[in-house]
Design a protein around this ligand. Structure first.
Ligand code: F0G
Length: 351
């Protein structure tokens, strides 16, 4: 990553910022596109993982936030605001800190993973834990930003999604083509919307010939797009995608229809199974929401929706350290071991 300038300077012709704007970057983007040998063997496809947890605040949100905060600062804003299930708030807080702006975040009380809350605290955000879910937080944020001088940096702010297109471009730049299928988790649906816009821009400009199919996955208890109607009380262990009424619903439907793809649901059990395969077999520790893409891949391989030999990319959207509580679920009671190497050997059943 040495010398990588961040996505705004890496794609200057594709990401416009106001003339003379100070670019607010933490070196986001250029994340590894990692071959996944175990998943390839399991599925009969050639599987790559786009490891977005490697970004500066540990999720793909940094790609949109560099653009949103650069704009906010350039137009003279002193404060930014967002609603979040955790990652957007961590990212907004970091980029605002870097820009010297105040950041306020609205998060659902008790439903944000510990690491994300720790980040917002460390970066110095004003944190309001709202007695409601993400959908309530987003509505409040939109109403507040409409009436007061504070810049909304959720994905309803169109410049954010322009930054998030860069995942598509980086994948094509590395593969020399688009994958056959791109799998990703879906929550508020900004990411699937941006990914599709990104691939289409590359095709329009002749950088790639064929477009991929996009396969998006929601959590079963928070699957409004799959059900075709909002879910009033969304529930899932994957708190990042605990969204009942996605802001970019229409964009997700466009991506599904135009790409010949799908938006389907995976259960929390499937998400946790994929989470364990990723960490335990590929060495890639992601947060539960991120594992929804791989849970979807495994489901499609099992029921024949995945063509054999296909080249596929799964976006794994956030780092596993975001949610230490889920990682420690089911951990056995820790037994202390005496300071004695034979006791260590006995505990490890080496003899
Ligand atoms: N994966 C992770 C780790 C996320 O944090 C999110 C969204 C998604 C997937 C889904 O992306 O919303 O564009 O469909 N997190 C938002 C937040 C809602 O507030 O951080 P999406």
């Amino acid at each position: 990553r040495a010398g990588w300038p961040g996505i705004i300077r890496a794609y200057p012709d594709r990401i416009a910022v106001p003339p003379g704007a100070e670019v607010i970057t933490l070196g986001e983007g250029n994340t590894p596109l990692l071959a996944a040998p175990h998943l390839s063997e399991l599925t009969g496809a050639t599987v790559y993982l786009k490891t977005e947890g490697v970004n500066p605040t540990g999720s793909f949100k940094d790609r949109g936030m560099t653009v949103a905060v650069t704009h906010a600062k350039a137009i003279g804003r002193e404060a930014v605001l967002c609603a979040s299930t955790g990652n957007t708030s961590a990212s907004a807080a970091a980029y605002a800190a870097r820009a010297g702006l105040t950041c306020a975040v609205l998060v659902p009380n008790g439903k944000i993973a510990l690491g994300k809350l720790a980040q917002a605290v460390a970066y110095g955000a004003r944190i309001l834990q709202i007695d409601g879910n993400f959908d309530d937080c987003l509505e409040l944020a939109q109403k507040t930003a409409a009436e007061y001088p504070i810049e909304l940096v959720n994905s309803v702010n169109p410049v954010r999604l322009i930054g998030q297109r860069t995942v598509a471009w980086e994948v094509c730049d590395v593969l020399g083509r688009a994958p056959d299928i791109h799998f990703l988790p879906v929550g508020n649906a900004g990411n699937i919307t941006a990914l599709w816009q990104g691939y289409k821009a590359y095709q329009r400009d002749g950088v790639i010939e064929a477009l991929p199919r996009l396969f998006g996955f929601q959590a079963e208890g928070a699957a409004p797009i799959v059900r075709g109607k909002p879910v009033p009380n969304p529930e899932t262990i994957a708190t990042a995608i605990r969204v009942g009424s996605p802001a970019s619903w229409a964009g997700a439907v466009t991506a599904r229809e135009e790409s010949g793809g799908l938006v389907d649901a995976v259960s929390d059990e499937q998400i946790l199974a994929a989470y364990k395969v990723l960490a335990g077999r590929e060495g890639v520790f992601v947060e539960p929401a991120s594992a929804a893409s791989v849970a979807g891949l495994l489901a499609c391989a099992a029921d024949g929706r995945l063509p054999r030999g296909a080249t596929v990319v799964c976006t794994v959207t956030g780092h596993g350290l975001k949610d230490p509580d889920t990682a420690l679920l089911g951990m056995a009671e820790v037994q202390p071991v005496p300071v004695d190497h034979t006791a260590v050997a006995a505990a490890l059943e080496l003899a």
